[in-house]
Design a protein around this ligand. Structure first.
Ligand SMILES: [Zn+2]
Ligand SMILES: [Zn+2]
Length: 242
């Protein structure tokens, strides 16, 4: 394990899982803290490849679209009946709590999150920014071990990564489709992800939340041209040192 901040991709498919895939989910770690950031379908299974559920410190869910949280229902079953541990701290907005079947203080310790708020999880400091999306959605900045991770969650191009502040070392930015679909939905193209990352001066860019049928090579090329630097396309199992 690294001594600093890392992010492991648990799933990176946008909106629905592709063949053998998983939707949005990331394990963010320092030496002492493990945070599950978004809990899309398929990500609970992949999470347990890396951390036992007893050692999970908290979950952050960015918004109520089910490609970002449906595995919380399965986590609730596990914690209620099988895994001996205290309730899991869950940072999210109220909309999500009302969407879930499996609430309950025996399972989750709900901690309201909102734009402009600062929260700590272990040795991580989290700040949130509301994005450009049809439901209330929180982009997240995580600072730990002297490094900074920025995560766009889902957003159209009316929000930009600079809203998370300067000095982002690694940005995980949604790039749902290619530039030919720009303006059709509240999501970014790979070109727009590259452009916002460049404008925000981020150190490294990883694009994620690509639809299963979005061409990965084309997305990378679009993002690299707009970012003017190398870009990685997230895939389940990838791990990045921030
Ligand atoms: Zn999504
Ligand atoms: Zn969404």
């Amino acid at each position: 394990m690294s001594s600093g901040l890392s992010v492991t991709v648990l799933g990176a498919d946008g909106s629905y899982p592709g063949p053998g895939g998983a939707c949005s989910g990331y394990l963010v770690r320092t030496r002492t803290t493990s945070l599950w950031l978004d809990a899309g379908p398929g990500t609970l299974a992949n999470l347990q490849r890396h951390v036992p559920l007893e050692e999970l410190d908290a979950v952050v869910v960015t918004h109520e679209h089910i490609d970002h949280w449906s595995d919380l229902e399965h986590l609730a079953v596990a914690v209620r009946w099988v895994v001996p541990r205290p309730p899991v701290p869950l940072h999210c907005e109220a909309d999500l709590v009302s969407s879930m079947r499996a609430g309950g203080t025996d399972v989750f310790d709900w901690l309201p999150a909102g734009p402009g708020e600062v929260t700590t999880v272990g040795d991580m400091a989290l700040t949130f920014s509301r994005t450009d999306h049809p439901v209330d959605t929180l982009a997240v900045r995580i600072d730990a071990a002297g490094r900074s991770l920025g995560y766009s969650a889902d957003s159209g191009p009316a929000w930009d990564l600079s809203a998370l502040g300067p000095g982002i070392d690694l940005a995980l930015c949604e790039a749902t489709f290619l530039s030919d679909r720009e303006g059709s939905l509240s999501h970014m193209s790979a070109r727009q992800a590259g452009a916002t990352a460049r404008a925000a001066g981020v150190g490294r860019l990883v694009v994620t939340h690509l639809w299963p049928r979005t061409d990965r090579a084309a997305a990378r090329a679009e993002a690299e041209k707009a970012f003017a630097g190398p870009v990685a396309v997230a895939f389940a199992g990838a791990r990045y040192e921030v």
